[in-house]
Design a protein around this ligand. Sequence first.
Ligand SMILES: *Cc1c(COP(=O)(O)O)cnc(C)c1O
Length: 397
Amino acid sequence: MNKKTKKQYGFNTLALHHGYDPVQEGSKSRAVPIYQTTSYMFDSAEHAAGLFAEEEEGYIYTRIGNPTTKVFEERMAVLEGGEAGLATSSGQSAITLTILTLVSQGEEVVSSSYIYGGTYHLLAESLPRYGVKTRFVKPDDINDWEQAITDKTRVFYLESPGNPRLNIVDIEAVSSLAHQYGITVVVDNTFNTPYLSQPLKLGADIVVHSTTKYIGGHGNSIGGVIVGTRDFIHKVRTELYRDTGPAISPFNAWLFIQGLETLSLRMEKHCSNAMEVARWLSGDERVEWVTYPGLPDHPRHELAKKQQRGFGGMICFGVKGGYSAARNLINRVELCSLLANIGDTRTLIIHPASTTHEQLSREEQEKAGVTPDLIRLSVGIEDVWDIIDDLDQALGG
Ligand SMILES: *Cc1c(COP(=O)(O)O)cnc(C)c1O
């Protein structure tokens, strides 16, 4: 990576090379080594004091930073088009650290109501105990966002596509509104990954991920990442990250580096398989409705086309016969795995109303777009006809 400046490389090259130089690594190890260590030797008392005072660069303790994790953080930052990254033990810790760094007691968040159930619960139930209030809005209407702003609003929070309704939010419009009021825009980009969209380039200020999903990609490790300005990441790292301790294990950071190496290949296949499955489902008379941003009848299809490189691997649909028909389908699938995750190489299926969004009241479920008949499908990279055959037999006669 020394002939061209790094900025000139494309997405795939950066995903494979950025942030690590084997020549500078003492062993010349071609693969990124795993630094499975808690702590790092100081050269002297003065060196130690310099590191703690942040007058010198270097490592102190893996709860604050680690060389393997740093490669992952730098790679995520460059792929998202941000200045710096911070890897965390889970997506939820990335989200919690980000919000708590931006708000203090008495201040407010305005959030899209179409978000991951765990995040909804954090904002609606847990943070109010510490004096942080969230106003939820229907994210498609820019007027709703504006009306929810008060002089205490510090953060706009959204997912696009949202979990699980796959609504698409106009990130450019929401960000420019926020910036008129000095509000920080945080986007959870888990469903798209930086390969499909880069919210920072659309005006968002901070991106968070559950890397547990497509970034890791193989359903084997929990983790998260925050990408933002150098100042913001430094503040999170030296304050709440250090104080509360949700550091990622270096081994998991290394697995996420492996995931990034094939991210674009997997995302292309997730997208093309999901497109075929969505088309098949919408043509089947046992299916009541299908939501997929790649279908022309998706209400924000044109915006998805403009804002994303592809339409992703997630599909929602409803089966004729409602709740009981949805349960029957889920009990009959053989290839699709019934479990609470997304973004695995394998196809996953779940009924959110009784699982991922079960923490929410019926009214909150309604607000989050979780209808009783909704089935969420995370389309894997198997042969697409095997996925379709499985859904076909599970839908029954
Ligand atoms: C899974 C998920 C999270 C939570 O991430 P964890 O890694 O499970 O903590 C947050 N946001 C979205 C969109 C998710 O899908």
